[in-house]
Design a protein around this ligand. Structure first.
Ligand code: AMP
Ligand code: ZN
Length: 123
């Protein structure tokens, strides 16, 4: 299967891996949107959040817990952070192997379409 994150998981493409266990890996995003921007990726290929099966519930819970552990390791668990799953076109998903974004290390804008420079929401 021609999947970027499967290739990273198989070590065919390099990544800056910051966490690894039998179920998931986490690596730094190549285009960081915060001082820490990591992606927690399951070893199992699942296309989108729509495709999470009943049997995947523990795995997805583990992904969220790993994001919390990385936040603690990096020292922003108390100041706070954001975890995001993007899904399909309107969600802005570009890699169709589910991944949990972990963003932290600075105050993050909300709602997510708020433009920090224009100080107004963007469409
Ligand atoms: P999404 O848009 O939610 O599908 O997120 C995909 C993320 O993968 C984006 O934030 C990209 O910057 C990131 N990305 C794409 N290619 C790589 C790569 N080779 N290594 C690390 N992150 C990547
Ligand atoms: Zn994959």
């Amino acid at each position: 299967m021609d999947c970027l994150f499967c290739k990273i998981l198989n070590k065919e493409i390099p990544a800056d891996i910051i966490y690894e266990d039998d179920q998931v890996i986490a690596f730094n995003d190549i285009n960081p949107q915060a001082p820490t921007h990591a992606l927690v990726v399951p070893r199992k290929h699942i296309d989108t959040v729509n495709d999470i099966a009943d049997d995947d519930q523990a795995l997805v819970g583990h992904m969220v817990q790993v994001a919390g552990k990385i936040a603690k390791e990096q020292g922003f668990d108390e100041s706070g952070y954001r975890t995001v799953f993007n899904c399909n076109s309107h969600g802005g998903q570009t890699v169709f192997h589910i991944h949990l974004h972990l963003l932290g290390g600075k105050p993050l804008g909300w709602p997510p379409y708020f433009d920090e420079n224009l100080k107004q929401p963007v469409a």
